[in-house]
Design a protein around this ligand. Structure first.
Ligand SMILES: *[C@@H]1O[C@H](CO)[C@@H](O)[C@H](O)[C@H]1NC(C)=O
Ligand SMILES: *[C@@H]1O[C@H](CO)[C@@H](O)[C@H](O)[C@H]1NC(C)=O
Ligand SMILES: [Ca+2]
Ligand SMILES: [Ca+2]
Length: 273
């Protein structure tokens, strides 16, 4: 009993009893009562026991509290150089500087190469000729449109360019015409009116006695027929060089020198022969 009550088994037994009978307070008291009432008086103290073996190593202790802040350390060594930074924004435009001194004049240039321009010059020359011809043609057409006279058979046109007789002949011919040949009163009147209305005094007509003095022949090589309209006293062969004929604004004819220059009248047939 003594062993029973002092030992854990005794307590365990009482706990079992408590569980069985559901008496907490009573059972604890009962246990005490049981153990006290059944206690036997202790014996004399025993001899000191042998020294026990050293126990196992204890468990690792808990982490201690944080220690106090340490003293400030010495300045560290300088670090490596950092990478180059990004390019900054473009700055504002600076003020205009003062004008610099003018530099020394450059050296003389090298002599140019000789150009083989012969053929080009020839082409350009031909172009000039063509342009001149074209201009002449345009002027002719313009003047034709400005004023022209006609009969049933022919057109008459006064070219207002001063030419000598030969040039006048050519001028009419290259335009498929001929220096005007008044062969009757009607055509002579048309030309005369044309001259006076144009405000002119005289023009060459296609009549001359170049081949044989006194034998006047038209530009188409036909001789004077039954019509002529000489001014009184003409042809008079004054200088011996009056082989070409001009018509005055009155319609009268006068033999005159062929080298003189004046306007002239061309005629163009309406029907091609
Ligand atoms: C015209 O003059 C030339 C040169 O003086 C002369 O030879 C010719 O006989 C003259 N003709 C007439 C018809 O007078
Ligand atoms: C006729 O021709 C001659 C010679 O060119 C000239 O001297 C004379 O003035 C002319 N006559 C008229 C009326 O123009
Ligand atoms: Ca003559
Ligand atoms: Ca004359």
């Amino acid at each position: 009993m003594k062993l029973l009550c002092k030992h854990e088994t005794c307590l365990l037994l009482f706990l079992v009893l408590v569980q069985i009978f559901g008496l907490e307070d009573d059972s604890s008291r009962t246990t005490t009562e049981i153990c006290s009432t059944h206690t036997i008086l202790p014996g004399p103290k025993g001899d000191e026991g042998q020294k026990g073996d050293s126990g196992d190593m204890g468990k690792q202790g808990k982490v201690g509290p944080m220690g106090p802040k340490g003293d400030k350390g010495a300045v560290g060594s300088s670090g490596d150089q950092g990478m180059m930074g990004k390019i900054g924004p473009i700055g504002r435009k600076g003020d205009k500087g003062l004008k610099g001194f003018s530099g020394a004049s450059g050296g003389k240039g090298k002599a140019g190469a000789v150009c083989d321009c012969g053929k080009y010059r020839k082409v350009v020359g031909q172009l000039d000729i063509n342009v001149a011809r074209l201009k002449s043609s345009i002027k002719f057409v313009k003047n034709v449109l400005a004023g022209i006279r006609e009969t049933d058979e022919k057109y008459y046109y006064i070219v207002q360019e001063e030419k000598n007789y030969r040039e006048a002949l050519t001028h009419c011919r290259i335009r498929d015409g001929i220096l005007a040949m008044p062969k009757d009163e009607a055509s002579n009147a048309v030309i005369a009116d044309y001259i006076s209305k144009s405000g002119l005094f005289r023009v060459f007509i296609g009549l001359s006695d170049t081949e044989r003095e006194g034998q006047f022949i038209y530009a188409d090589h036909t001789p004077l027929q039954d019509y002529s309209n000489w001014k009184e006293g003409e042809p008079q062969n004054v200088t011996g060089e009056e082989d070409c004929v001009e018509m005055l604004s009155t319609g009268k004819w006068n033999d005159t020198e062929c080298h003189l220059t004046m306007y002239f009248v061309c005629e163009f047939p309406k029907k091609r022969k």
